[in-house]
Ligand binder design. Structure first.
Ligand code: AMP
Length: 122
């Protein structure tokens, strides 16, 4: 399992060291707008606990944290108005997933047609 780096940018956001544009703040989850949005709606949903990825989160988080996280993801979609027209939920993990920030996050992307999920590998 990968170890958690508490100097990652989302850890700094959670500690209040870096500002964020908050969409939803619950007991165990924070959702905020991506600084480089790829679509009209682009929100990052992160657990407040120190988890690198879904593997660590599913192994170590409490039931309350997992439930809060899943419900927060759905609530963000409702708040952002993308439930009806659709959206994409993406979690990049590790090297092949090209995860830049080593704190678990789900991207909620929508507000326009998103095309095919993956481009053929070049
Ligand atoms: P990933 O490649 O899945 O790790 O995505 C990391 C995401 O974090 C990228 O979409 C970045 O634009 C976003 N990001 C990086 N720094 C910040 C920040 N300070 N506030 C909001 N989003 C950020």
């Amino acid at each position: 399992m990968r170890s958690y780096d508490d100097q990652n940018i989302f850890a700094k956001i959670l500690r209040g060291e870096i500002p964020n544009d908050t969409v939803l703040d619950t007991e165990h989850t924070l959702a905020f707008r991506d600084i480089q949005p790829q679509a009209p709606v682009h929100v990052l949903v992160i657990p407040k606990g120190a988890y690198v990825d879904f593997a660590q989160f599913s192994a170590e988080a409490s039931d309350a944290e997992v439930l809060d996280y899943m419900r927060a993801i759905a609530e963000v979609c409702r708040l952002e108005g993308v439930e009806e027209e659709g959206f994409r939920a993406i979690s990049n993990a590790g090297r092949n997933g090209v995860q830049e920030v080593p704190h678990l996050h789900v991207h909620i992307i929508g507000g326009r047609p998103l095309g095919r999920m993956l481009q053929p590998a070049s």
